[in-house]
Structures are given as C-alpha cells and as structure tokens.
Design a protein around this ligand. Structure first.
Ligand code: NAP
Length: 280
C-alpha cells in the first residue's frame, strides 16, 4: 500500500508554478495577479483567503486582497467583480464562498469573467469542462487528478466510482475521470447498494462530507482511494473513508489531512498562471 503525500505533491506543483512564473516574467510579461474577494468577517474564510494570498507571494504571483463589509449588498459585490474583470493586472478572481447569508454565492460567481474564473465554477467554465474544451477547471477536482497522475494510476478503461455529485467536487471530478477514459459511476444519497457500487471501483473518490461513510471492506483490493471529505469527528479532522480499515485493502490512498487538501491552493496558483497566459 502506498500512502499519497499530498503535501509533498502540492509543494512540487508550487515549485513548478514558481519556476514558470519566473520564466513568464523574464520573457517580458507582467507577473500574473490573483484577486481574492472576501465579504464579511467569517474567521474560517479569512484564514482560507490569507493562505491563498500567502501562497501567491511564495510563487511571485501578485495578490490583491479585497475585503467587503458583512452588510455589503449584491450590487457592491458585483461592482467590485466588474472592476476586477476590467483590470489588466488581475489575471484571476476568486470570490471566497460562502458569502454572508443575504448573498447568493453561486449567482455572484457568474459575474466573474470566464477567462478570470480561476475557481472554474461559473456556468461557462462548467460548460467548457463538460464539452472538453479549453478552459479553467475547478481546483479540488484538478488536485485529485494530479494525485492520480503523479502516481501513474492508469485510468484508461478503469472503473471509477465518485461518491458525491456536487457542482464543486463530485460532478467535475466525474467529468475529468470520464475525459481520462475511465468508466465512471457517480453515486449520491439516493444510490442503492452503495457498498456494492464502491466494491467495483479501481479508483474510488469520496466527496460526501460524512465522516467514515465508506467502510474499509467497500474498497476493492488494490484500488486507488482519493478521500476529498473534510469532517470534524471528536475534534479531529477526518475524511469520508474509514482510513484504518481501508489501508488494509487499498493499493494507494490519501490521508486526511495531508491528502487532497493541500492540492487545492496549488491548483489555484496553476490556474492563475494559465489565466494570465491565456489572456496575453
Ligand atoms: P456537498 O455539496 O454537501 O455534496 C455532498 C454530496 O454527497 C451530495 O452529492 C450528496 O448527495 C452526497 N451524499 C450525502 N450523503 C450521502 C450518503 N449517505 N451516501 C452517498 N452520498 C451522499 O459537499 P461538497 O461541497 O461536494 O464537499 C464534499 C466534501 O468534500 C466535504 O467534506 C467538504 O468539506 C470536502 N471538500 C474538500 C475540499 C478540499 O480538500 N480542498 C474542497 C471542497 C470540499 P445528493 O446530491 O443526493 O444530496
């Protein structure tokens, strides 16, 4: 069994982005820029935004940290997003979700210009993904694919089961696996015999948000198991997979924490560089 070291792989990706940004700037271009927009004062969201800004600084991507008060209106947020859409220094825009309750996060996200949608969550980015056309893909699903790629998991004709069908994680992962020629089953809360469905999987991706839903004996011998889940259980961060029993059967498995999580910000940096290049 091989334990996937998400931290190490994320660091490799960050190092590659840093080198590619340096080459881009040496070729006479402006450094790529990432604008983050945080509405309100949610402590967890502020930490996430802070981490993204810090990660930008480490790879010499310019960070633009925009904060709006908790009572900002839909028009206030839209106005800022439109300004950022028009700003040539800004290659990518990230609206930190969820915004305060009176605002509709997914609807506001639609205001981001498709070429700057580094989170890959606008309907246009989603359409490009599902048509397999060039565009920016969602970061966490990209991170899952990167983990499989760096471990040379052969996806051609593989049975892949994705548990979860959210727009943020489950659906885009399913689309990316399908494009990699896996045979994909997307399971969800109404799926019958989930244990049997999971046992078919050469590649099993859990993106549910229920601690230890996926039992060790649901894992096929030798399968690659990617656990996207981030749940609090007895004060500890834990995944959707019952890790201690799943390691007995998996060929390859991500821990939580330290698996998929670190890849999300690394892929955001990569998307920001891609957006800058695409805009040039
Ligand atoms: P979500 O929007 O709540 O979607 C959860 C999905 O799981 C839904 O499709 C739901 O099915 C399905 N589901 C719920 N209970 C189930 C059950 N008992 N059996 C089978 N399927 C079930 O969550 P999300 O945003 O996709 O996030 C999923 C997990 O990933 C969370 O733990 C989240 O914290 C984590 N996450 C991690 C990262 C990261 O590592 N960077 C990023 C994003 C999310 P229905 O559609 O039928 O309701």
């Amino acid at each position: 069994m091989t334990l996937i070291d998400g931290k190490a792989i994320a660091q490799q990706v960050r190092n590659e982005v840093r080198e590619q940004v340096a080459e881009w700037v040496a070729a006479g271009h402006d450094a790529p820029g990432l604008a983050t927009v945080l509405v309100g004062d949610d402590a967890a969201s502020a930490v996430y935004v802070g981490n993204k800004q810090k990660a930008c600084a480490e790879v010499a991507i310019q960070g633009f940290d925009h904060r709006l008060p908790v009572d900002a209106t839909e028009d206030d947020v839209k106005r800022l997003l439109h300004e950022l859409n028009a700003d040539p220094k800004v290659s990518g825009i990230l609206l930190q979700l969820p915004p305060p309750k009176h605002l509709d996060g997914p609807k506001l996200t639609e205001e981001i210009a498709p070429g700057k949608d580094v989170d890959g969550l606008t309907p246009i980015s989603t359409g490009l993904l599902h048509k397999n056309l060039p565009g920016l893909r969602p970061c966490t699903p990209l991170g899952c694919m990167e983990l499989l790629k760096r471990h040379d998991v052969d996806l051609q004709g593989a049975e892949a089961v994705v548990v979860g069908r959210s727009d943020l994680v489950g659906k885009p992962i399913s689309a990316l696996l399908l494009q990699a020629n896996a045979t994909v089953t997307t399971a969800h809360s109404r799926t019958r015999d989930l244990d049997e469905v999971c046992r078919r999987a050469d590649v099993l991706v859990a993106a549910v948000g229920v601690a230890h839903l996926i039992k060790g004996d649901w894992v096929k011998e030798g399968a690659a198991v990617i656990d996207v889940g981030m749940n609090r259980l007895d004060g500890k961060l834990t995944g959707d997979v019952e890790f201690d029993s799943a390691v007995e059967r998996a060929g390859l498995i991500t821990p939580v924490p330290g698996g998929v999580g670190p890849l999300t910000v690394a892929m955001l940096l990569r998307n920001t560089l891609q957006a800058a290049k695409d805009a040039a």
